[in-house]
Write a new protein. Structure first.
Length: 628
């Protein structure tokens, strides 16, 4: 594959079209923030039970988030952005899973000791230098997902590394912290959270930006997941692990793709975010070549000019009481349609800001004079242009909704246009199912953490660290090498290192290594279908099955069948008699090939299933069909 320059073509290459050299030319850097819930009985800073999810609630609590001045007399940019949204934050709670601590009406309890032990073990697995004293800090959470407006967190280890391919990936730090609420909905000016996971013990593993391709980013995320799961002390349900993926390219800045929980989708998200930044830098260069400056002319209300518009959705909005505002973007001629991500133009960068900050989240939430989609007439655009005092070629954007939201929206249009002259704004991005990303909020700055005076430092003694290190599980890379050394193929080894049957494999292999191949045993354990999940780890059950297999009482196919009792094997004569009886009741043949497939399927779901070898049944069936 040749090296692509995505900026030479008026399109954005899709995932799979670029190779490692292409990403190197972009200067791609990827880092991870892996969040993993710990499996404990209690929450981190209170005595409520952890791990209890619910879909009903006993009460709702309403709050509003407001910015406050820092000790330095400054406002946080993210806090100001959230304040502009004028959101009502609603928390749905159940009495058995939430207490006054989570609602910020009581001080914290001492940290859960069990959670601290698990986090220290994982820190050791990552090769981190462990702290000898844990200090709890407050990290601002400004989207309302934590009622207090901050998360309690503490760094347990720094400067670690894990092996990856022929090298290593640096691990900057591991923190122990409390989880936030689950979002239920975010529509208009109302955001609803469910508070069941709030306060659940969580670790955050932060890597260095050492990955240079989208595939490497996903592979390292998977490696860290396998490593923490090896402890058996993390939650594995949907949402128990989430990754924030940090992406930058040469000339750009770090953008964070928030809450990615799909390893399959991660490479495409990284690819599209990298190309988005490269294209934003290209847009900047085009603006600079034109001598463009940040537009400052304020938006103007143009409801009267459009009251009789034939545009259905706009006319209905006006008749429903919506105002319509217009804003011009001189210098942006032709650039709003410039591709930024696959199937996404620069106009969506602006539409996302309007959706999130002005809370105009209907679709479409704006229209453009240069847009070829649903639109108003050229005569109406002329009236709008005159109201704005805009020049003929200048692109104009229309937004509609409540008057106050429209004013917010037009200002955000101007803000995003001004940022285009800078290049890539620092943002937290949403991950969409199609592999693209969208604006979520301004990326918080480093000033978001400060000491927590409610909790004293916790001494981490050498004796405690020694005790925890003595019980460390094998890391994934050691598991892989051990399996390969006894003859398990790489594909099966990759599956087995993260499977619940890993320890069972070694217990059985150490006992029966001469009677069954390592490859065969691994295949059995991985592919066995069972109704009882506990069966996969039942050493006595597997001993009995392997004894029966070696003695000829069952056949290998029986071990792949559901059920706790494997069917007893038939001797060849009994199997042949049953085969003849079943075949005699079959309908008349149609053609050899079609009937063979149909009859074989029926026979393998008959009383022969699991009691006679499939290859023997197929041999008999072909002989019978050819004899007809």
């Amino acid at each position: 594959m040749h090296t692509h320059d995505p900026l030479k073509e008026n399109r954005t290459p899709r995932y799979g079209e670029l190779n490692r050299a292409d990403y190197a030319a972009l200067g791609l850097m990827v880092g991870l923030e892996v969040h993993q819930q710990l499996k404990t009985t209690r929450k981190l800073f209170c005595r409520c039970p952890a791990g209890h999810r619910f879909n009903s609630h006993d009460a709702e609590i309403l709050r509003h988030m407001r910015p406050t001045l820092s000790e330095m007399g400054e406002y946080d940019g993210t806090a100001l952005m959230e304040f502009k949204t004028r959101k009502e934050i609603i928390y749905r709670i159940r009495r058995e899973t939430v207490c006054t601590y989570e609602m910020d009406d009581a001080p914290p309890f001492e940290i859960d000791d069990d959670a601290l032990d698990v986090a220290l073990q994982i820190s050791a697995l990552l090769g981190l230098r462990l702290v000898d004293e844990l200090h709890i800090a407050r990290k601002q959470y400004l989207d309302g997902s934590i009622p207090a407006g901050f998360q309690r967190t503490g760094i347990l280890g720094i400067d670690g590394a894990i092996p990856f391919k022929e090298g290593r990936v640096g691990v900057r730090q591991l923190s122990i912290e409390e989880d936030s609420c689950r979002e239920v909905s975010d529509e208009g000016h109302t955001r609803i959270y469910r508070a069941d996971r709030l306060g659940t013990p969580l670790i955050e593993v932060v890597t260095e930006p050492d990955m240079r391709t989208p595939q490497d980013g996903a592979a390292v995320a998977q490696l860290i997941r396998d490593l923490v799961r090896a402890t058996g002390r993390v939650r594995t349900h949907a949402g128990g692990a989430r990754q924030d993926v940090n992406v930058s390219v040469r000339g750009g800045v770090r953008n964070e793709i928030k809450g990615v929980d799909s390893y399959k989708l991660m490479p495409e998200l990284i690819h599209n975010e990298a190309l988005r930044q490269a294209n934003l830098l290209h847009v900047r260069s085009l603006l600079q070549a034109r001598g463009a400056i940040a537009p400052t002319a304020p938006g103007v209300e143009v409801t009267a000019q459009l009251r009789q518009t034939p545009c259905d959705f706009l006319r209905e909005a006006i008749h429903g009481g919506a105002a319509v505002h217009a804003v011009a973007l001189p210098g942006f001629e032709g650039l709003l349609s410039h591709p930024i991500q696959p199937g996404v133009t620069f106009l969506k960068e602006i539409a996302d800001r309007v959706r999130v900050i002005a809370c105009l989240d209907h679709r479409p939430n704006l229209i453009c004079s240069e847009d070829s989609g649903p639109n108003i007439s050229s005569g109406e655009w002329g009236r709008v242009r005159r109201a704005l005092g805009a020049k003929r070629a200048e692109p104009i954007l229309l937004v509609w909704g409540p008057e106050r939201d429209c004013r917010t929206a037009t200002q955000e249009v101007l803000n995003r246009a001004a940022e285009a002259l800078i290049g890539v704004p620092s943002e937290t991005r949403q991950a969409f199912a199609d592999g693209t990303t969208g604006f979520e909020r301004i990326l918080p700055g480093p000033e978001r953490m400060y000491p927590d005076t409610d909790l004293p430092p916790i001494t981490i003694t050498p004796a405690r660290i020694a005790r925890l290190k003595a019980g460390l599980p094998e890391p994934p890379w050691a598991r892989r090498e051990r399996l390969l050394s006894v003859g398990v193929g790489l594909d099966l080894a990759e599956r087995l290192i993260r499977h619940a049957a890993y320890d069972l494999f070694w217990a059985l292999y150490d006992e029966r290594g001469e009677a069954i191949s390592a490859q065969g045993l691994a295949s059995l354990l991985l592919d066995r279908r069972c109704d009882n999940p506990a069966e996969i780890s039942a050493l006595s059950w597997w001993r009995a099955q392997l004894d029966a297999l070696q003695a000829g009482r069952i056949i290998p196919e029986a071990l792949w069948m559901k059920g706790e009792v494997s069917p007893e094997a038939l001797d060849e004569a009994a199997a042949r008699d049953l085969f003849e009886a079943l075949l005699g009741s079959a309908p008349a043949p149609l053609n050899l090939e079609a009937e063979e497939a149909a009859l074989m399927g029926a026979l393998m779901n008959s009383p022969l299933r699991g009691r006679a070898r499939g290859r023997l049944i197929r041999q008999w069936l072909r002989q019978a069909l050819e004899a007809r």
